[in-house]
Structures are given as C-alpha cells and as structure tokens.
Design a protein around this ligand. Structure first.
Ligand code: NAD
Length: 469
C-alpha cells in the first residue's frame, strides 16, 4: 500500500496546509492501492512563492549549470526506472512491459532530448541591428493527465528546467504515484530549492489556483478539451500564457497501394495499445471502399488477437484507468450500436473471464464519418473503420473533424504519402511508422495551440526580447 501524504515545496517534503486525503484505486483490481493528500489554494501560494524566489537565481544560471542538473536527474532517473514503471502499472493499469518500457522510455527520451537541445540552443541571436534574446518566462504551472503519466510530466518539466523556468507540477489525481517518485528523483539530483515544486490534488482546486494565480506566468496544460477551455478562461484575467495540448480523433489513411492486411492490422493493434488511451491514437482508420472487405477481415483478426488481462501478466492490454472511463467507453459502444455502425469485433462488457477490473473488449466498428463514434474522442480501445472513394475523399474525411492532433499515412509511394500528409490539417503526421523526439508535437483546431517536444518545446517556456541598436 502506497502512502504519499507530503508535497514537495521549496526543496522539502512538507505536510499539506490542511490535511485531506483520498484513496487511489488500482484499475486492474478495483482495490485501494494507496493514499495521497489533496492540496489547497494555500499550498499553491506557498509553492508559487518558493518558485518565484528560486526564479531570481535559476533564471540567471548558465547553460552549463542547468546541464549539470539535468544530467544528475538523468542518472537518478536511470536508477529508479523500474520503480517508475511499476508505479505507472499500478496507477493506470498499463501492462508491465509497456509501463517499464515505453512509458518510462518516453520520459527518459524527453530528458535526453532536453539535454541535447540545451547544448545547442541559441539563447541570443543577432539579426541586423537587433539582438534577440530568449528569456525564461518565469513561474510555470504544469497540469498533466493520467494516460501517459511519464511522457506528460517529463515533456513539460525538462524543457521548462532547461529554459531557466521554475515550476509547480500538478499531477493527475488518478495517476499520482509516478509523479511523486519523479519529484524524489529531481530532489535527489540536487535541483536547487524552489525550482521544482509538486502539489497533488483536484484539478478544480489546485489547477484552478494555478490558472488564476497572479504570480504564475504560464500554464502548460495537457488534458481534455473542456478543461482546456476552462483554464484559458481562468487565466484570462492575469493575461498569462496558456499552452494547451488537448484531445484528438486522428485519421489513419491507408492508401490503395499499401500492403492492406499488414497496415490495417498494425493500425488496429496500435489503436489498442495503452488501452486506446492515447491522445494521438489513429482512432479513425480510412480504407479504400473497393478493399473494405479485405480491411474488415484484417482489422477484426488483429483486434481479436489482442490479449487482455492482468497488467502484471503477459498481456498486450490491461484495463482502462477507472470505472468512470469504463462507463464512458461502454456508452460509446452502445451509441455505435444504436446509430447502426457495423460491429466487427469486441463490443459491450468485459472480455470473457475478467469479472473484476476495468477491462474493456478491444472493439472495431465500420461506420461513416458522421456518426458520434467517428466524431468524438472515445479515449478507449475502440476503432472506427471508414471507407473512402478516392484519395481526395480520404483527405476530406480526415480533415472533417473538430480535432487536428495526429495523422497517419500508409502507402508505398513516399512522394504520394507526403503529398497527402501536406493536405492534412493536423499537427503531426506519421508516414509508415517512425518516431522522433525532436519532432514538434501539438494540435490544430480544438486539439490545442502549443507545440511540445524538442526545440519547439523550449519555445513554450521562453519570452522573446528585442534589444535594438
Ligand atoms: P482532464 O482534462 O480531465 O484532466 C487533466 C488535468 O487537468 C488533471 O490533472 C486534472 O486534475 C486537471 N484539471 C481538471 N479540472 C481542472 C480545472 N478546472 N482547472 C485546472 N486543472 C484541471 O483530462 P484527463 O482525463 O486526465 O486526460 C485525458 C485527456 O487528455 C484526453 O482528452 C486526451 O486526449 C488528452 N491528452 C492530450 C494530449 C496531447 O498532447 N494533446 C496528451 C495526452 C492526453
């Protein structure tokens, strides 16, 4: 049983101003796995004051000093990576191979990338008569979701640290453990007091206190669209910068010249990874209408092959994060059935033999782009397959969405794949797979406004100053 009752403020582990706790549920067992404290606005005031004091010196440190700290964090992180992975498994139900593997690897990747970018970043550039300086924006509130906990925290913390900012992290209530260990790592690495602070608690309390705080210069938020909208409103009175990384309903276009069976199987398996709880998941699979039957068979076979079970066992997919997430997904599956979508795999209820835990059947529907299940983010292992008539029709369908976070193109002609990618209105497009920690990541339209990852992630945390003459 885990017990994390203290917050990390001003370089020390401190008690909440007013004691209040909540139990954390293991989604695989539905049993209590631990207890955390819930903070208050008074705790936020203390953390912001500490971050403001620390900014006076941290904001002026040399690149070398910041690199030393990031490298010290890197060595502490490496020592505790399995512990971090196990925390992710327990808090959000990722299979242990995924938790210890990609989840923790993403955090390590963002840390390494921050180090690489910091070594090269030009904080001053002379352009004609003007000296352009990039300066840290100041005290940042970092608000993160539960779905890729290490990714979301590390993609914010390390560029912010590297840029010279100080910060207060508010981790998600559903997945608080890995953030607690990460705070210990940052402390053990010798990060100066006040540079990094962490308070656990409710979004409506801690998140709101940060968003409205007059001494917080910026909020970096990853999460759902409604909360992102609320944060922008809350932050408006103090005119703070708000970086938003929101939801998605990304299209995966399989072109006619692609190996249909392999690509459809890959896209289907990819959708079920992390129990479908990935903002950039290719949740709309677009296939040529003339090859729909072939695609249906490949997708159904791949979906039925996804093993579901105990995250500590040898399964491809664990539960979803919570009872409420389970219910939301069940409602969407019911909606798909009600609106006449063709169910080709999975469906309502838990997979056979799993009576406890928030396990969902990997599910695939065939439908058109006007249905609710094709338009709204389900955030679970539910894929919709949509037939298209020709490439222009595929691009039209892909762009017919309120979201614009990710996109995928599979095909054997690289030029044609790029032509299609250029026409898609989304922030990132993966062609035939691929992965790059330096590629900017963020959304068009209602998927947000920021760009994280790599050098672009630094710009989120930097002000631009012109010194003319
Ligand atoms: P959420 O919006 O419910 O919560 C995210 C965070 O915001 C949590 O820490 C929560 O406590 C906090 N919060 C809640 N209310 C708040 C308020 N009024 N003020 C300030 N903070 C508040 O999202 P979630 O359910 O944790 O995560 C799932 C969502 O995140 C999905 O929509 C997903 O697409 C999105 N997401 C986006 C990206 C991206 O990079 N674009 C990445 C991962 C997840």
């Amino acid at each position: 049983m885990r017990e994390y009752l203290k917050f990390y403020i001003d370089g020390k582990w401190v008690d909440p101003t007013t004691p209040k706790t909540v139990e954390v549920i293991n989604p695989a067992t539905e049993a209590v796995s631990g207890t955390i404290s819930l903070g208050s606005a008074a705790d936020v005031d203390k953390a912001v004051a500490a971050a403001r004091r620390a900014f006076a010196t941290w904001g002026e440190t040399s690149v070398k000093d910041r690199l030393d700290i990031l490298q010290a964090i890197q060595s502490e992180y490496a020592k505790r990576s399995d512990e971090l992975g196990d925390a992710v498994v327990e808090e959000m139900g990722a299979p242990v191979s995924l938790g210890r593997g990609f989840h923790v690897g993403l955090g390590a990747g963002h840390l390494q990338t921050a180090i690489e970018v910091l070594k090269e970043f030009q904080f001053e550039q002379q352009r004609g008569a003007t000296l352009i300086r990039y300066e840290p924006i100041g005290v940042c509130g970092l608000i993160t979701p539960w779905n890729w906990p290490m990714n979301q925290t590390c993609v914010k913390i390390f560029p912010a640290l590297a840029s010279g900012c100080t910060m207060i992290l508010k981790p998600p209530q559903l997945a608080p453990y890995s953030a607690q260990i990460l705070a210990e790592i940052i402390h053990d690495a010798g990060t100066p007091a006040g540079v990094f602070n962490m308070i656990q608690g409710q979004g409506s309390v801690i998140g709101n206190a940060l968003s409205t705080h007059q001494d917080v210069d910026m909020i970096s938020f990853t999460g759902s669209e409604p909360v992102g909208v609320q944060i922008q409103k809350d932050a408006a009175d103090t005119v703070k910068r708000v970086g938003l990384e929101l939801g998605g309903k990304s299209a995966w276009i399989v072109l006619d010249d692609a190996d249909m069976a392999n690509n459809v199987a890959g896209a289907t398996g990819g959708m079920m990874g992390n129990s479908g709880q990935t903002c950039s998941a290719g949740s709309r699979l677009l296939v040529p209408a003339s090859r729909l039957e072939e695609a249906i068979k490949a997708s159904a076979d791949a979906c039925n092959a996804v093993s579901v079970g105990d995250p500590n066992g040898n399964f491809a997919m664990g539960p979803v994060v919570s009872k409420s997430q389970f219910n939301i997904i069940q409602d969407y599956i019911q909606k798909g059935l009600d609106e006449g979508a063709q169910l080709i795999a999975g469906g309502l209820g838990r997979p056979e033999g799993l009576d406890k835990g928030w396990y969902v059947k990997p599910t695939v529907f065939v439908t058109n782009n006007d249905t609710v299940i094709a338009r709204e983010e389900i955030f679970g292992p539910v894929l919709v397959v949509i037939p298209y008539n020709d490439v222009d029709d595929a691009i039209r369908i892909a762009n017919d969405s309120n979201f614009g976070l990710g996109g995928y193109v599979s095909g054997s002609d690289a030029d044609e794949c790029r032509r299609v990618a250029r026409k898609m209105r989304t922030g990132a497009i993966w062609i035939n797979g691929g992965f790059d920690f330096h590629a900017p990541f963020g959304g068009y339209k209602r998927s947000g406004n920021g760009r994280e990852w790599g050098e672009y992630g630094f710009h989120e945390y930097l002000e631009i100053k012109s010194i003319i003459g």
